[in-house]
Design a protein. Structure first.
Length: 97
């Protein structure tokens, strides 16, 4: 008998227009959240690409013909890594104070 009551209550909830409105609203909220996260990720990727381009340009200016070196990409990655590490450390120090 209790299983029948549970089943009937679940059918009532499924057919209730207010419940459907809430689920549609929740689905819209989820879509907005996904959209927001996606745009943030795209911004981060664009910022990283811009940083990499700036590092590459600066290295080429300071060291002519370095882009022909086999380790040029490793050097670019190392410079970016060091920059990000220092930036993270600076934000951590600012947060602690």
């Amino acid at each position: 008998m209790t299983n029948l009551k549970k089943f009937i209550n679940s059918v009532k909830e499924a057919l209730d227009p207010r419940a459907n409105l809430n689920s549609k609203s929740q689905a819209q909220d989820n879509d907005n959240l996904i959209q927001s996260l996606s745009s943030n990720e795209l911004k981060i990727k664009a910022d990283e690409q811009r940083l990499e381009a700036m590092v590459r340009q600066q290295l080429k200016e300071e060291f002519p013909n370095i882009e022909k070196s086999s380790s040029f990409d490793l050097l670019v990655d190392a410079v970016i890594h060091n920059y990000k590490s220092k930036q993270l450390q600076a934000t951590d120090d600012a947060t602690i104070k």
